[in-house]
Design a protein around this ligand. Structure first.
Ligand SMILES: Cc1cc2nc3c(=O)[nH]c(=O)nc-3n(C[C@H](O)[C@H](O)[C@H](O)COP(=O)(O)OP(=O)(O)OC[C@H]3O[C@@H](n4cnc5c(N)ncnc54)[C@H](O)[C@@H]3O)c2cc1C
Length: 482
C-alpha cells in the first residue's frame, strides 16, 4: 500500500516557503531520488519520510531555519554523514519532519598549530580533517571505519569513539569549544580555544553526545596533538582471552602510554575476512583463538617505537602470553593489516544474519564479559556463533552474534530483542554500558530505561525540556518517554 504524502498545514507551508527562500535553490532538496539515501539509516533498519532536506551554507542560515521552525512547530532531524548505527539521523515515517543536513558547512575556519587546535565547521568530513591536521604537522586522532563519509558534527553529536580512544579519548575529549544553534534559533558562540576555562558550567559537554536532541552543532574547536612520526604495529596471537588484559597493561607501561590502538579479533574472523572480502589476507598459517592488533606511536623516525614494541613482544613470548606475531615491514603491509581489521565487519555480514551489540565494561572485565555472554547466548540458542571484536583497549566490545548455520535468518532475527536483552544484562551486571560509542538514537532508546536510574532519567528529561521546550529537536530519539 502506498502511503499518502503528508499534507502540511498552512502554518507549516508558510514556514517551509520562508525556509526555502532563506536557503536558495542550492540549500533545499525535495526530489525523491536525491532524498532517498538520506531517509534510510546505515544499517538499513529504519526508513523515514520528510518534508524536505535543508542544506544550510552557514551558521546564520541554520539560525534562521531554526527560528522559523520553532515558531511554526516544525520538527527537525539533524543529519551529518548518515553513517550512525542507531537510527538517530533518520526521520520518522510521518513525513512531517524536516531533515537538516550540515554537509555544505565544510570550511576549516582556522588552524592554530602553536595552540594545537583547529576550528572547523560541522559538515567537514572526518578524513579530510585528519589530512588538514597532518599538513600542519599535527594529529587529529579521531579515527573510525566510516571516516571517509561521517562528518565532525555527527561525530561530536554522537560522541564517536573509534580506534585511538585508548590513547586520546572519545570525541568529547577532543573538543575545546563549540558553536551551537539552539532550537529557538539563538546562536551560542562558544568557540573558545582555551585549555583552562573554569567559568562555571562546561556547557559544551551537554551538547557533545546529545545526538541532535538539544541543538545543532555548527562548528567546533578541536584539539590537535603532535603527529607521530613512527607507528609500530603488530598483529599477535595471544595464549587466551585473559592474556589480552595483561598484554594491554604491559603495552601501556612499556610504551610510556604511547599505545594508540589495541583491537581484539577472534582468529576465525580473520579467516572469514579472507574468505569474503577481496584483498583481505590473513597472515597466520593457523587459526588462533584470539588475536590483537596493536599500534604504538613514536615522536621520531629513529625506530624507537618499533624497538619498544619488539622488546614488549619478546618478553610476552617468553612469558607465554603471545604465541605468534606478525610485524609489518612497510607502510603497505601495515595498511593491509588495518584493512583486515576493517574487513572483519563486512565478512560477518556476508556470513549471514547478525545481532549486534556495542557494549563496554571496565577493561579488566572484558574476558569475563565475553565468557559470560557466550555462555548466556549459547544456552538460549545452541549453535549461535558469537563474534566479539572491538576496541578492547578501552573496554569496548562489539559483541556480535552470527546465526546458527542451520537456522533460517528470519527465525534468528525474530529473537533479536531477546538476545540483545540478555547480552545487555551481562554487560550491566559487570558495571558496563549498553552503548559504548554508537549512542542511543532510536534503536536503544527503550533499553535506556533499564540502565539509567530514575534520577539520571529525570536530569536528562529536565535538560531536554530546558533547551527544547517544544520538543522539536530530533523527537523520538535518545530520551525515553516518561
Ligand atoms: C563502517 C562503519 C564503522 C563505524 N565505526 C565506528 C567506530 O569505530 N566508532 C564509533 O563511535 N562509531 C562508528 N560508526 C558509527 C558512525 O560512523 C559514527 O557514529 C559517526 O560519528 C556518525 O557521524 P555522521 O556524520 O554520519 O552522523 P549521522 O549518522 O548523520 O548522525 C548521528 C547523530 O548525530 C546527530 N547529528 C548529526 N550531525 C549533527 C549536528 N551537526 N548537530 C547536532 N546533531 C547532529 C544526528 O541527528 C544523529 O542523532 C561506524 C559506522 C560505520 C558505517
Amino acid at each position: 500500500m502506498t502511503e499518502m504524502p503528508y499534507t502540511p498545514t498552512d502554518v507549516e507551508r508558510d514556514a517551509l516557503s520562508r525556509i526555502r527562500t532563506c536557503l536558495g535553490p542550492k540549500g533545499w532538496v525535495d526530489d525523491a531520488e536525491t532524498l532517498t539515501p538520506w531517509l534510510i539509516d546505515s544499517r538499513r533498519v529504519y526508513e523515514g519520510r520528510c518534508l524536505g532536506m535543508a542544506r544550510p551554507a552557514n551558521t546564520q542560515e541554520v539560525a534562521e531555519i531554526l527560528a522559523i521552525a520553532y515558531k511554526a512547530g516544525l520538527q527537525i532531524v539533524p543529519q551529518g554523514g548518515n553513517t550512525g548505527r542507531v537510527g538517530g539521523a533518520t526521520p520518522d515515517t510521518t513525513g512531517r519532519q524536516l531533515l537538516l543536513n550540515l554537509g555544505r558547512m565544510n570550511s576549516v575556519r582556522d588552524v592554530d598549530a602553536a595552540n594545537y587546535t583547529m576550528t572547523v565547521e560541522a559538515g567537514c568530513i572526518l578524513k579530510d580533517l585528519q589530512g588538514v591536521a597532518e599538513q600542519a604537522d599535527r594529529l587529529f586522532p579521531l579515527s573510525l571505519g566510516a571516516e571517509g563519509s561521517c562528518q565532525i558534527g555527527g561525530n561530536l553529536a554522537s560522541n564517536a569513539g573509534g580506534i585511538n580512544v585508548v590513547r586520546y579519548g572519545n570525541a568529547r575529549d577532543l573538543v575545546l569549544g563549540l558553536e551551537v544553534v539552539l532550537p529557538d534559533g539563538r546562536i551560542w558562540s562558544g568557540l573558545r580555544r582555551l585549555r583552562k576555562d573554569n567559568t562555571g558550567y562546561d556547557l559544551k559537554q551537554i551538547f557533545l553526545g546529545s545526538e541532535g536532541t538539544l541543538g545543532i552543532i555548527t562548528a567546533a574547536v578541536l584539539k590537535l596533538f603532535p603527529l607521530p612520526k613512527e607507528r609500530a604495529t603488530a598483529l599477535v596471537a595471544i595464549a587466551d582471552l585473559d592474556t589480552a588484559v595483561t598484554l594491554l597493561e604491559r603495552a601501556r607501561s612499556a610504551s610510556g602510554d604511547a599505545l594508540m590502538s589495541f583491537e581484539l579479533m577472534p582468529g576465525f574472523a580473520l579467516d572469514w575476512a579472507e574468505k569474503y572480502v577481496e584483498g583481505a589476507k590473513q597472515p597466520f598459517d593457523t587459526t588462533y583463538d584470539w588475536t590483537i592488533l596493536m599500534e604504538i606511536g613514536g615522536p621520531r623516525t629513529d625506530g624507537a617505537a618499533r624497538i619498544a614494541l619488539e622488546s614488549l613482544l619478546e618478553s610476552a613470548f617468553e612469558d607465554g602470553l603471545v604465541i605468534d606475531a606478525v610485524l609489518p615491514q612497510s607502510e603497505d603491509q601495515r595498511a593491509q593489516i588495518w584493512f583486515l581489521r576493517e574487513a572483519i565487519v563486512e565478512a560477518q555480514v556476508r556470513e549471514g544474519a547478525q545481532v549486534k551489540h556495542d557494549v563496554s565494561v571496565p577493561v579488566s572485565q572484558v574476558p569475563r564479559f565475553i565468557r559470560e555472554a557466550n555462555a548466556a547466548v549459547e544456552e538460549m540458542m545452541p549453535g549461535i556463533r558469537p563474534y566479539p571484536f572491538g576496541h578492547v583497549g578501552d573496554g569496548n566490545i562489539h559483541y556480535n552474534l552470527s546465526q546458527p548455520i542451520d537456522m533460517p535468518a528470519r527465525e534468528f532475527l525474530g529473537r533479536y530483542a531477546e538476545l540483545q536483552h540478555r547480552v545487555h544484562d551481562v554487560a550491566l551486571s559487570l558495571d558496563g554500558s549498553i552503548s559504548a560509542e554508537h549512542g542511543i538514537g532510536r534503536s536503544k532508546r527503550d533499553e535506556l530505561l533499564r540502565c539509567k536510574s530514575a534520577v539520571e532519567l529525570d536530569m536528562m528529561r529536565s535538560l531536554k525540556t530546558l533547551f527544547d521546550p517544544k520538543g522539536l529537536m530530533n523527537p523520538g530519539k535518545t530520551i525515553p518517554d516518561a
